[in-house]
Every structure is written in C-alpha cells, then in structure tokens.
Design a protein around this ligand. Structure first.
Ligand SMILES: [Mn+2]
Length: 188
C-alpha cells in the first residue's frame, strides 16, 4: 500500500489541495501527522479536506492548543463548522497499525516523553528508535522533510505543507510504500 503522508498543514489549504491532488495518483490512503490548524486559527476547509479524504490523523501541538480550554473562543467562532471540529476533537495522539507485515506508528512530535522534542536527523535520540518495536515511525513537527533509517527502523517525516523550514521553502509531503518499506518526499 502507498500511504500519502502530510503534516504541519497549519491551515494552508492550497498546499493541502495540491498534495491531495498528487495522492489521487501517487497514494492509496492519506495520513496526517498533526498540526492541521495554527494555534487559535481553526481552519474548517483544511480539516474538511482531510476528513473528506478519509485521512487517518493524529493531533499536533497546535491542534491541542485549539482544543484546550484556552482555545474556546477559536472553537466557537462563526466560521467553525461543527462537523469539522468534531472530527478534529476525535483524533488521538498516536496511531499504530500493521500494513503489509510492517508495524507502523504515527505521532506528531517525539515518540518519547515529553513528546514535544524536535527530533531532526542528527539527534542522538534516534539511536533508541529500534526500542519502540515498530518497523516504521511517522512523525512531523520539525517542518523538515526526512526519510532516514536508524538501525532497522525507517523514520519518515513528510516535512510541512503550511510552513516549510528547509532551504527551498516548498511545501512537502511523503509517499510511504509499505511493501517496499521505503518512502519518498514530494514537493508542491
Ligand atoms: Mn507544526
């Protein structure tokens, strides 16, 4: 199966639309590793696009701010579609499944407590990733695309659609091929 992975959309609807258009040809299902919204700015269109795409998603730190007591004004604003807010509220912090015999976990930030660390490619923490007992770990949060194998674990970070921080500043996504056990980064 080909999993089209996006993350850190931060309400960027045109970039999300472009990635989803690619996935119509490049992927079988859609996953999102969190930060669909941007702090107190709920985006019904961004959430709606993912919901209608049947996406499997986890919450990011920005989504959690919006869903927290501090986000009450943002949640009750006029432009907020109840259906989209309910979908976002129903997401968990972690998703784990087995596809084509490979165990895959998706979280937004770090798989380790306190879960908010920014784990870029050179972080020594990745030496411990085999201890998670998964074959593939999908993360977001750093806004930097990364496909790296640490030990026997493949780590896939699609980068950010809404606020890219790598040198060329294009929004990025990943396509994870679960049969091959590999992933490629694409740009919109
Ligand atoms: Mn983010």
């Amino acid at each position: 199966m080909r999993i089209g992975v996006v993350s850190d959309v931060h309400g960027n609807v045109p970039a999300l639309e472009a990635a989803l258009a690619r996935f119509e040809h490049e992927a079988d299902v859609v996953w999102c590793a969190g930060d669909i919204v941007h702090e107190y700015r709920f985006s019904s269109p961004a959430v709606g696009l993912l919901r209608k795409a049947g996406a499997t998603a986890v919450l990011g730190n920005h989504d959690m701010v919006l869903l927290s007591p501090a986000g009450v004004n943002a949640r009750t604003a006029e432009h907020v579609e109840a259906e989209e807010l309910a979908w976002l509220s129903g997401l968990g912090l972690s998703h784990e499944t087995v596809v084509d015999g490979r165990r895959i976990r998706m979280v937004h930030g770090s798989p380790w407590d306190p879960y908010g660390d920014y784990l870029r490619a050179h972080n020594p923490k990745w030496k411990e990733v085999d201890g998670l007992g998964v074959d593939i770990l999908v993360v977001g949060h750093t806004h930097e695309p990364m496909v790296e194998r640490f030990g026997r674990t493949l780590v896939v970070n699609p980068g950010s659609l809404g606020e890219p921080r790598q040198a060329d500043r294009r929004g990025s996504y990943a396509v994870l091929d679960t049969e091959a056990g590999d992933a490629e980064i694409g740009y919109v």
